[in-house]
Write a protein that binds this ligand. Structure first.
Ligand SMILES: [Mn+2]
Length: 235
């Protein structure tokens, strides 16, 4: 089998699901495995996810907003963590130095030629080198604050040359823009962990073993709406 590039949506400490997904795609010795960031926080096996990424050269990731929050807290650049981030900080405390240097090594974007991996998104019309770390790790809609879900999603407007592979904004199914694919299918909320294989265009998913965090209202609504549509299509 030729080497593949397997890009995985937000893992958030869901180690069991990550292993199941790697098994399902039959990740081989020559495959590259790239995460869209948010390796940690909210799930319960953050340490094992990090250890895997740190110890196996096939794995890489961009920096997510939660990874960044922990890193900034450890470096004294952020005063407060939310409850889930604090729990993750406690879980990682004993290996903090190693985890800190690993998180600090993660780039905000990964250029794969025809594809670019970023955690949240790109502001359309702004050159890549001028994108802010905040936008790259938090952007959702173009109006108002970067992280607001209200308004026009950035990926519906983005029309760059590269196809952007991103996470951050969970949805029950893969998000599609003209030149963007959103891979966070809400594993930590009890939905799916998704992999996209660049060379074949395949999506591979595994279901979460359980719900580790409560999905927000918008996500729950979207899930319900899609389930109802699915039932109508079958009926
Ligand atoms: Mn995120």
């Amino acid at each position: 089998m030729t080497a593949r590039t397997i890009v995985i949506g937000d893992i958030h400490g869901c180690y069991e699901e990550l292993l199941a997904l790697l098994d399902k795609v039959q990740a081989g010795a020559f495959d590259r495995i790239i995460a869209v960031g948010d390796l940690i926080v909210k799930g319960e096996r953050n340490r094992e996810v990090l250890e895997l990424f740190m110890s196996d050269a096939r794995f890489s990731s961009v920096l997510g907003n939660h990874d960044r929050a922990i890193l900034r807290y450890w470096r004294g650049k952020k005063k407060k963590l939310n409850e889930q981030q604090h729990a993750c900080h406690v879980e990682l405390e004993s290996g903090r130095e190693r985890y800190e240097s690993y998180l600090a090594s993660l780039p905000l974007t990964l250029d794969l030629g025809a594809h670019l991996v970023v955690h949240a998104g790109l502001r359309p019309g702004v050159a890549l080198e001028d994108q802010s770390a905040k936008d790259l790790t938090e952007l959702r809609s173009l109006e108002g604050k970067a992280k607001t879900p209200k308004g026009t999603p950035w990926y519906e407007v983005y029309d760059g040359a590269q196809t952007i592979l991103f996470g951050h904004w969970p949805h029950p199914v893969v998000r599609r823009g003209k030149h963007a694919i959103g891979l966070d299918t809400g594993c930590v909320y009890g939905y799916e962990l998704t992999a996209y294989i660049i060379e074949t265009g395949e999506f591979v998913q595994v279901k979460a073993a359980r719900r580790y965090d409560v999905p927000g209202k918008r996500l729950r609504k979207a899930k319900k709406r899609l389930a109802e549509e699915g039932m109508r299509d079958e009926g």
